[in-house]
Design a binder for this molecule. Structure first.
Ligand code: NAP
Ligand code: F7E
Length: 352
C-alpha cells in the first residue's frame, strides 16, 4: 500500500474541523530556549494543552520553566534519540509540533560540528520519521525552525530587496549546513508522504528571553551592568556584521499562523531592515545616557568565527500577504525593551 497522502489543498472539511476543534494539543521541542518560552506563552494563552520535550537527566532550566508554566507537561527526550521522540509523540498525541530544539549558536557549531549535525540536522529527520512511524503523517502538523543562516549573506546570492523563499542557499557554518539538511528533509517528508510540515525561514529575533551567549543580549545585559557600575567593559568579536533583527514574540506568532493555514509551505519572517552591531551598541548605550560607547567595548578574536555572515536582510512580503503577519516591535523598540528589561534584572540582583 502506498503512503497516505492527505490533500491539504482541497480538504476544506478537514480545515474547518481543524479550526473548530482548536484549541488543541501541541508538543514543543526546545521549550527551554528563547522561542520555546514565547511559543509556550502563546499556546497556553490560546488554550492549548502544551507538552514540552526536555533533555538530560537533570536540566537546570526545568525549575524556572515549571514555575512559569505550571500547565505545561514536560516529557524527557532528546532529538538525537529516536525512541524518546516516539515515546514523547505517543504520550502527547499532538495536533501540532513546533520543532525548535537545536544546537543554535553559530560560533559553538564550529567547535562542535558533529554534535550540531546530529541535533540540528539529523534531529529533524528523527522527528518527522517518528511522526510518520507512529501513524500520524496525516494528522500532525509540524513547524520546522529553519534559518536565515542558510543564505550566508554573500554578494552573489544577495537580492537588493532581501532574501526571500526562492533565494539561493549558501550556508557559512556547520550550523547553517545542518539547518539546510533539516530544511530539505522537512520538505522531503512533505513531498514524499503528504505531511503537513511548514518551514519558517526566520531571520534573527531577540528579546528578554534571549540567551546571554548571543550578541544582542550580551550587549544589553552588559550595558545594564555598566550603568549600575558593576561591569567595566564588554568584550566582543566583529562589530561590522549586519543582521535583520526583530522581536521573538512577533516571530512565534508567525510560526503559529503557519500551522493554521490550509496547506503547508515555507515562509520568511524578517523585519526588512538590517543594522550593524555598532548600531545596536549605539542605541543600547544611548538608552542609559552614554553617547560614546567605544571606551566600553573591547574586541577579542576568541569571539570571531572562521567564516562570517557579513549581512542579512530578509523580505517578509509572502508572510505579510498570505499569513497577514505583522510586527509590533521595530529595531529601536527591540533595543529599548531589552535594555530596560536588563536594567530591571540587575536592579533586582538577578543573575543570568
Ligand atoms: P535557543 O534559545 O538556543 O534554544 C535551543 C533549544 O534547543 C533549547 O531548549 C535546548 O535545550 C534545545 N536543545 C538543544 N539540544 C537539544 C537536543 N539534543 N534535543 C532536544 N532539544 C535540544 O534557540 P532559540 O533562539 O529559541 O531558537 C529556536 C529555534 O529556532 C532553533 O532551532 C534555532 O536554531 C532556530 N532559529 C533561531 C533564530 C533566532 O534568531 N533566535 C533564527 C532562526 C532560527 P536545553 O535547555 O536543554 O539546552
Ligand atoms: O551573532 C557577531 C557574530 O551569535 C550575531 C542564532 O539565533 O541568528 C543567530 O545567529 C553577530 C555575528 O547570532 C559577538 O559574529 C560579535 O556576526 O548573536 P549571534 P547569529 O550568529 O546571527 C540566526 C538567524 C540563527 O539561526 C541562530 O540560531 O554578532 N558577534 N561579537 C558576536 N556574536 C556573539 N554571539 N558573541 C559575541 O561576542
Amino acid at each position: 500500500m502506498g503512503p497516505v497522502r492527505p490533500n491539504w489543498t482541497s480538504c476544506t472539511e478537514h480545515r474547518s474541523d481543524y479550526l473548530t476543534n482548536t484549541p488543541s494539543t501541541a508538543l514543543v521541542t526546545g521549550i527551554t530556549g528563547q522561542d520555546g518560552g514565547h511559543i509556550a506563552r502563546l499556546l497556553v494563552d490560546e488554550g492549548y494543552d502544551v507538552y514540552g520535550l526536555i533533555r538530560g537527566q537533570y536540566n537546570p532550566r526545568r525549575s524556572s520553566l515549571e514555575a512559569e508554566f505550571p500547565q505545561v507537561t514536560l516529557i524527557e527526550g532528546d532529538l538525537t534519540d529516536p525512541a524518546s521522540l516516539v515515546r514523547a509523540i505517543e504520550l502527547a498525541d499532538p495536533d501540532e509540533i513546533y520543532n525548535l530544539g537545536a544546537v543554535s549558536h553559530v560560533g559553538f557549531s564550529f567547535k562542535n560540528p558533529t554534535l550540531t549535525l546530529d541535533v540540528t540536522g539529523k534531529g529533524v529527520l528523527n522527528l518527522v520519521e517518528a511522526v510518520r512511524l507512529t501513524g500520524r503523517a496525516d494528522r500532525t502538523r509540524i513547524y520546522q525552525a529553519s534559518t536565515s543562516e542558510m543564505f550566508g549573506g554573500l554578494d552573489y546570492n544577495r537580492p537588493g530587496s532581501g532574501y526571500n523563499e526562492d533565494s539561493l542557499f549558501h550556508p557559512r557554518s556547520p550550523y547553517g549546513v545542518a539547518k539546510l539538511y533539516g530544511h530539505w528533509i522537512a520538505k522531503n517528508y512533505r513531498e514524499s508522504y503528504g505531511m503537513f510540515v511548514s518551514c519558517g525561514i526566520l531571520f534573527n529575533h531577540e528579546g528578554e528571553r534571549r540567551g546571554v551567549e548571543f550578541v544582542t543580549r550580551k550587549i544589553t545585559h552588559a550595558v545594564a551592568r555598566i550603568a549600575a557600575g558593576t561591569q567595566d567593559v564588554i568584550v566582543l568579536g566583529d562589530l561590522w556584521p549586519k543582521r535583520d533583527w526583530g522581536y521573538a514574540g512577533d516571530y512565534v506568532r508567525g510560526m503559529w499562523q503557519m500551522l493554521q493555514q490550509d496547506t503547508p509551505d515555507d515562509f520568511v519572517l524578517a523585519s526588512g531592515e538590517t543594522h550593524s552591531i555598532e548600531e545596536f551598541l549605539q542605541l543600547a548605550f544611548a538608552r542609559v545616557g552614554i553617547d560614546d560607547w567605544r571606551p566600553y567595548v573591547r574586541q577579542d578574536p576568541a569571539f570571531m568565527r572562521p567564516a562570517e555572515v557579513d549581512i542579512l536582510l530578509g523580505d517578509p512580503a509572502k508572510a505579510e500577504d498570505v499569513l497577514a503577519w505583522r510586527r509590533d516591535v521595530d529595531f529601536d523598540g527591540l533595543v529599548n525593551l531589552m535594555v530596560d528589561h536588563d536594567i530591571a534584572l540587575v536592579k533586582a540582583g538577578a543573575t543570568l
